[in-house]
Design a binder for this molecule. Structure first.
Ligand code: NAI
Ligand code: MG
Length: 363
């Protein structure tokens, strides 16, 4: 049966980057007999313009029926004043919620050709390949109560609540252990059990899950603040890092900056395996936004979007050889000295979005 992909290019540079992925898919269908069938939908500002919502029910249904969703980026100044519940980001939040995407995968890879342009010393980042697995649907961003309470004495109290249940920690750590088995076979779990009860439970459940099902994987625990320090001091000690929603938000942004530009960073969000087919719902997207400052100029770096498609090949379709080949093509083009503006440095050749996509396809 055909592999069903839903493309949601979105706004700004989203469609520009998605066009380069489309070329790669067309090539794979024509030359590698890959059998992808493509559907397309609107999300974000363009969806709001078309039907007053950040994603239509029809497109939501397509997303739920697809084997994987490729998402570009949403938002832009044009929609800064639309009502809160239909703002562009609401489309992405709706997708995450309805697809129950609880595991956010953020790789931090340093391509050899870019090791010089990191903010850290070359020996610290060269060859870096870590994967942060962030819990995405629980924790302090969603826990109740969540309010600003009027205390009546001229004071107010801002309240957020960190809540994690056993099943949430079991399933996110299960994803981390399974991914570690396909990599360097090591998981580092990060929490703050010294000051948080949710951290105590997190530590207990990860340990129990490891013992029950994944004892072949090396497991270590680290306090999340120390983990942040170690990420900058010696990131190559890590393979897979698993952590909660809040810590994962921050730690993955720190890890991102080890490797350079936003234009290079892919991500994946996975849901639970389907009871019948065993397949996980999944959405793949670059970490960057719609970059209104460069949208329409042909200058956007398509690598984050293309590398997100490589993750899709790897995790949704188990097309490991093809994913490796696509990632090697990205590395090869960088080795050849080709650069979009965001990763440009002295002595390299500056090219635009379309040329970068073409060069990767040619490789
Ligand atoms: P942004 O990621 O769009 O841009 C930040 C800076 O990085 C800009 O200078 C941009 O030109 C540059 N940049 C980003 N991606 C690039 C690429 N592929 N190639 C070259 N340069 C790139 O973040 P910003 O400016 O904070 O937000 C712009 C809009 O995007 C806002 O409406 C925001 O809400 C939205 N946004 C959407 C996200 C999503 O769809 N997942 C994530 C983050 C922001
Ligand atoms: Mg963040």
């Amino acid at each position: 049966a055909a592999k069903k992909l839903l493309l949601l290019p979105g706004d700004g540079i989203g469609p520009e980057a998605m066009a380069e992925v489309r070329k790669i898919i067309a090539y794979m269908n024509a030359e590698l007999e890959s059998d992808f069938s493509l559907e397309e939908g609107l999300v974000g500002g363009c969806a709001y313009d078309a039907h007053g919502k950040a994603i239509s029910e029809a497109d939501m249904a397509k997303a739920l029926a697809a084997d994987a969703v490729l998402f570009g980026a949403v938002g832009g100044p044009k929609w800064d004043t639309v009502p809160y519940d239909v703002r562009p980001e609401a489309g992405l939040l709706r997708l995450r919620k309805d697809m129950e995407l609880f595991a956010n995968l953020r790789p931090a890879i340093c391509y050899p050709a870019l090791a010089d342009s990191s903010s850290l010393k070359k020996e610290i980042v060269e060859g870096l390949d870590i994967l942060i697995v962030r819990e995405l649907t629980g924790g302090v961003y969603f826990g109740e109560p969540k309010e600003i309470r009027d205390l009546g004495n001229g004071q107010k109290r801002g309240i957020d609540t960190q809540v994690y249940d056993t099943y949430e920690i079991e399933r996110i750590s299960g994803v981390a252990f399974e991914l570690a088995r396909t990599r360097a076979n090591k998981v580092t779990s990060m929490e703050k059990r010294n000051v948080m009860m949710s951290g105590v439970l997190w530590n207990e459940v990860v340990t129990a899950t490891h013992k029950a099902k994944y004892s072949d994987v090396k497991l270590e625990h680290m306090l999340a603040d120390a983990g942040g320090m170690q990420l900058v001091r010696w990131p190559k000690q890590f393979d897979v890092i698993v952590t909660d929603n809040l810590f994962g938000d921050m730690l993955s942004d720190i890890a991102a900056m080890l490797t350079g530009s936003l234009g290079m960073l892919p991500s994946a969000s996975l849901g639970a395996p389907d009871a019948k087919t065993g397949k996980r719902k999944a959405l793949y997207e670059p970490v960057h936004g719609s970059a209104p400052d460069i949208a329409g100029t042909g200058a956007a770096n398509p690598i984050a979007m293309i590398a997100s498609f490589a993750m899709c090949l790897r995790y949704s379709f188990n097309m490991v050889a093809e994913a490796d080949r696509l990632e090697a093509a990205i590395a090869g083009v960088l080795d050849d000295g080709l650069r979009t503006g965001d990763i440009m440095s002295e002595g390299k050749t500056k090219i635009g979005t379309v040329e970068m996509g073409d060069a990767i396809l040619a490789k």
